[in-house]
Design a binder for this molecule. Structure first.
Ligand code: AMP
Ligand code: MG
Length: 279
């Protein structure tokens, strides 16, 4: 059974750091790295361990109050954004984390530049912000559904890179996850939502229209990742057909990112060793 270090070694395979050569079809949604289906329980134990690391590091980040972390999740419908966020952040001090789910922009949001609504939710020092969908929608759904002219969305890759660079230079680490499922897997998950009354609320017939545009979305995701994967703000293409492996990859990458930020508890006040608490 592969251990902690093997998984850490493997997550580098999913981090896109040679964007020019990036092709989405080189990334298999069924990939299990060095693991097999029999390793599912062991992988779940590793996820619990990564969560513990995340919790401990998040507490330091919060106490330090100097840096922050922005985690972006993108995926096709049913890709697992909500459940990944739930599982990876389970048990993290809620005071230090904000999750923002971006839906169709409001009239007010559309009356501003496209980045306005996202920038407003960038994490303040000490905080972790999670974007469930993000500024990338403006080169994904917006491109696929022709919501703005091509010359407008094409300029947005540069805007996105500039925005992420601005955050990075201001003390915010940026990391992006694309949860990569296959078209067959999406069919199963949509069917599941139809079959299970408790999942009906997640089903929208609009998702079927989106599914018809599957190939266009794949092209749009590939371009977004190719144009906006940087060493400072990397994209991870996460094999996401098997939920337990997806959780393992994301939780490990988040823990590693936090660790590399090396957050420290602030120095204690002078003379604490002489303080006596009065009766
Ligand atoms: P859900 O995440 O299932 O609640 O759906 C949110 C919907 O909002 C999706 O259909 C997205 O494509 C859509 N959406 C999110 N951001 C944008 C955007 N910037 N422009 C247009 N549609 C968006
Ligand atoms: Mg939906």
């Amino acid at each position: 059974m592969p251990g902690h270090d093997d998984v850490i070694a493997r997550i580098g395979d999913y981090r896109v750091d040679r964007p020019d050569a990036f092709r989405l079809r080189d990334y298999d949604p069924n990939d299990l790295g060095d693991l097999t289906r029999e390793d599912k329980d062991a992988a779940k134990a590793l996820v619990r361990m990564q969560r513990k690391r995340i919790r401990a590091l998040q507490e330091r980040l919060y106490a330090e109050g100097a840096q922050s972390l922005l985690i972006v999740f993108q995926a096709t419908d049913t890709g697992g954004k909500d459940s990944t966020i739930r599982r990876v952040l389970q048990g993290v001090n809620a005071a230090g984390v904000r999750v923002h789910s971006f839906k169709q922009p409001s009239a007010e949001e559309l009356d501003h530049d496209f980045m306005w609504r996202y920038h407003d939710h960038a994490p303040r020092r000490g905080m972790i912000a999670i974007f469930n969908r993000s500024h990338y929608e403006d080169v994904l759904v917006v491109r696929v559904k022709d919501l703005v002219p091509a010359d407008v969305w094409k300029r947005r890759y540069d805007h996105i890179n500039d925005f992420e660079q601005l955050l990075t230079e201001s003390g915010t680490r940026v990391v992006k996850f694309f949860l990569n499922i296959s078209k067959d897997e999406q069919k199963e998950r949509l069917q599941d939502r139809l079959d299970d009354p408790e999942k009906h609320w997640k089903f929208s017939t609009g998702d079927l229209e989106e599914r018809e545009r599957w190939d266009d979305y794949q092209v749009a995701f590939e371009d977004a990742i190719r144009r906006c994967a940087t060493t400072e703000a990397p994209w991870y293409v996460v094999p996401a057909n098997r939920k337990w492996y997806r959780d393992l990859v994301v939780s490990t990458a988040v823990a590693e990112t936090l660790e590399s930020m090396n957050p420290q508890f602030p120095p204690a006040e002078e003379g604490l060793d002489e303080v006596v608490i009065p009766d």
